[in-house]
Write a new protein. Structure first.
Length: 311
């Protein structure tokens, strides 16, 4: 049987561009769509290499237990010695910002001050103990800015918690976090393939929090409401690496964390301090920004997977 590249995922919109590149390179592949399914532990998996694109936001697409099923599949693959990229350890980062922050700090990468809370009353306690204004709340297991809210007072937080606008996190964990102000209103996302830096993309945040670079976001994906591309100002722009020392630390962090493909987001405050706040192991790329720069993430990813398959 011919060895293949197996792509594990739960969202076709985020996989079609990789499919196109795999086809361009004439690479054998198969998609494993894990919204639900079975794993027979008495059987051995097929030969080949495996790449997981499982997303923390799968529950927003009615795939509540896709990450749990993926964890079982990845454990099965690793038990049988298969080569897995973004394997079971990487998945634990995808679904937990708490794990992201603690490990980033371990490598000397500054993250915003954060307090973890479960329960509405505890969220208020967390905000009081943080004692930094303004502050934001966000979900521990999220993706695409889920649950991100900005507050200037405890009273405003209490009003939100007691309203219909409050979003219960899928894992019950809310993070209360220091709000970092970017003078130029942008964040930067450093992209890595095979654990190596590829490029940085600057994301305009002037229109709100819920931003992701996927092309699906550009066409009105209800769960990623970026809106239409501005005519005069690019929302996503590939830029030079302005923080090479930080990038080097990111590579060390990824190597130690079993993460092969990732986009790591950070923000720079008025004093030039960098704060890293999100590790995306199912990273997406923006076609418009890439076309202007001449570098294509999914093509580079397909080349990487092809080289690993041939190796």
């Amino acid at each position: 049987m011919t060895k293949k590249i197996y792509v594990i995922h739960e969202n076709n919109e985020w996989t079609m561009h990789l499919e196109k590149r795999l086809q361009e390179l004439n690479l054998p592949y198969e998609l494993w769509y894990l919204d639900e399914g079975t794993v027979n532990l008495q059987e051995a998996p097929p030969e080949g290499i495996f790449y997981s694109r499982m997303s923390a936001s799968s529950h927003t697409r009615n795939h509540r237990f896709a990450p749990e099923l993926t964890a079982a599949v990845l454990t099965w693959l690793e038990f049988h010695g298969r080569t897995v990229f973004n394997g079971s350890e990487a998945l634990t980062y995808e679904v937990s910002k708490v794990k992201q922050y603690t490990q980033l700090e371990r490598f000397g990468i500054q993250t915003p001050k954060t307090v973890v809370a479960v329960g509405k009353s505890r969220i208020v306690e967390a905000a009081k103990s943080l004692n930094i204004f303004p502050f934001i709340t966000k979900h521990n297991r999220a993706g695409k800015g889920l649950g991100v809210q900005l507050f200037y007072s405890i009273a405003a937080l209490e009003e939100y918690l007691n309203s219909e606008r409050f979003e219960e996190p899928v894992d019950g964990i809310t993070l209360v976090q220091q709000y970092i102000t970017s003078p130029e209103q942008f964040i930067t996302r450093a992209e890595f393939i095979g654990g190596q830096y590829m490029y940085s993309v600057r994301v305009d945040t002037s229109e709100g929090f819920e931003l992701c670079p996927a092309d699906a976001c550009q066409i009105g994906d209800l769960f990623c409401p970026v809106g239409e591309q501005p005519k005069k100002k690019m929302k996503f722009e590939v830029v030079d690496n302005a923080h090479p020392e930080l990038t080097a630390k990111f590579e060390q962090f990824l190597a130690a964390s079993g993460i092969d493909v990732a986009g790591i987001e950070y923000i720079v405050d008025a004093d030039g301090n960098t704060y890293s706040y999100d590790v995306n192991t199912n990273t997406n790329y923006n076609a418009d920004a890439e076309a202007l720069h001449g570098t294509y993430g999914m093509l580079e990813l397909a080349k990487f997977l092809g080289a690993q398959l041939n190796a």
